[in-house]
Design a protein around this ligand. Structure first.
Ligand SMILES: [Zn+2]
Length: 149
């Protein structure tokens, strides 16, 4: 998950908390959560399709910026990554390059917003993240086809 989120490597207690969140989200039912890089500065939380694994990174925790992607909680962030794994297991294609990767990111956040253990704030942040990525996708697409509107 890219954005201006936390960069500081996670403590053992933070990693343990994330494993707890992962269990509550039923993450282990989709794929493992690998914590081996989480204590490294600047490590990224991401789903790796080839290894069918979510890697826990420093950016699982929010940053100071106010956009949805930066402010969403560790729970919302892990729900987003779990959603990538969930969608991969169901055979959804995942465009790797922009702008269409933005649609995949939006759909992952929207799908994650339906997960039962989430608070209303986490749901709202995931829906707002999906909206922001759709707005970005539309802006890219309009730039590509300036005469069509
Ligand atoms: Zn994502």
């Amino acid at each position: 998950m890219r954005s201006s989120r936390n960069q500081r490597g996670l403590t053992d207690a933070e990693i343990a908390r994330c494993l707890g969140i992962w269990a509550v989200l039923d993450g282990p039912g989709y794929c493992p959560l690998d914590t081996s890089l989480a204590s490294e500065h600047g490590s990224r939380t991401r789903y790796n399709e080839e290894q069918q694994t979510v890697y826990l990174g420093a950016d699982v925790y929010p940053g100071a910026a106010v956009d949805a992607r930066s402010r969403m909680s560790a729970t919302a962030c892990l729900a987003h990554e779990c959603s990538h794994a969930d969608r991969h297991v169901r055979g959804y294609g995942r465009p790797a390059v922009e702008p269409d990767s933005l649609l995949d990111e939006a759909e992952a956040s929207l799908n994650a917003s339906f997960y039962l253990p989430l608070s209303s704030l986490d749901r709202e942040d995931l829906v707002a993240d999906a909206r922001d990525r759709l707005v970005d996708w539309l802006a890219h697409t309009r730039r590509r086809n300036p005469d069509e509107s």
